[in-house]
Design a binder for this molecule. Structure first.
Ligand code: C5P
Length: 229
């Protein structure tokens, strides 16, 4: 049984290791996230192979940020591959440029609000505006939606508040930081179970280490799927 609400993050060092993992997971997983670490180790070729040869859905986690013309050109180039999701930073000019680059394709643009690894002192260091980080996250989500984002990336703790925004109607919420009940947290601090993330309004959950570090990744993925409501 596969269910595309589960997206498996392939945070492995190279494309061969990623392909091996996808073989172990087989038809239990239909959606993969490929991030920057993998993209510099042959990840785009892996993404294309998983999609074209194995019929998988692909989420490219590139978190693009640049001047509008450059973002638009980068997204136009990527959009030709027919992947499903691409992340950009949620700043309105970036989202608008990415949407322009993706126009005429099915590539969905997801905005990053505030990286969940950042706290208030990090925002101060980066000269980001004063205020409560949760409020800033909601404000950035609303602005990303207003700029046309098809969805946002959010921690499970933010999913319910973002889902309640009027601007979020019909848009996607994708949450990393998900751990099956009783799992090792790794470096994730603000986690939720698969069921509570979906219950709070997430459309997709992203899970990495609890699956690819497991002795039997396929069993681990199946166990998460059975936790989904
Ligand atoms: O191994 P784990 O399940 O923690 O992996 C989560 C994935 O989601 C990783 O690829 C990580 O980079 C990504 N991610 C995250 N938190 C964010 C944004 C992305 O954990 N705020």
């Amino acid at each position: 049984m596969s269910d595309d609400r589960l997206i498996v993050a392939i945070d492995l060092p190279n494309a061969l290791a990623g392909l091996e993992l996808s073989k172990q997971l087989g038809d239990s997983v239909s959606f993969y996230k490929i991030g920057l670490g993998m993209l510099t180790g042959g990840g785009l070729a892996l993404a294309n192979e998983l999609k074209d040869e194995h019929g998988k859905r692909i989420f490219l986690d590139m978190k693009l940020f640049d001047i509008s013309a450059t973002v638009e050109a980068a997204v136009r180039g990527l959009a030709q591959f027919g992947h499903d999701f691409l992340t950009v930073h949620g700043d309105p000019h970036v989202v608008r440029a990415a949407k322009e680059g993706a126009s005429g394709t099915n590539l969905k643009i997801l905005g990053v609000t505030v990286l969940t690894s950042l706290d208030r002192s990090d925002l101060d260091d980066g000269c980001m505006k004063a205020g409560d980080i949760h409020e800033i996250t909601l404000e950035r989500a609303a602005k990303a939606f207003d700029a046309g984002a098809d969805g946002v990336i959010a921690s499970p703790q933010e999913a319910a508040a973002i889902r309640a925004l009027p601007e979020a109607s019909g848009r996607l919420i994708v949450t990393p930081g998900v751990r099956p009940s009783g799992a090792d947290l790794g470096d994730q601090k603000r986690v939720a179970t698969p069921a509570s993330a979906i219950g709070d309004g997430a459309d997709h959950i992203v899970v990495g280490r609890p699956i690819w570090q497991a002795a039997n990744p396929r069993d681990a993925a199946q166990a998460i799927l059975t936790e989904l409501p």
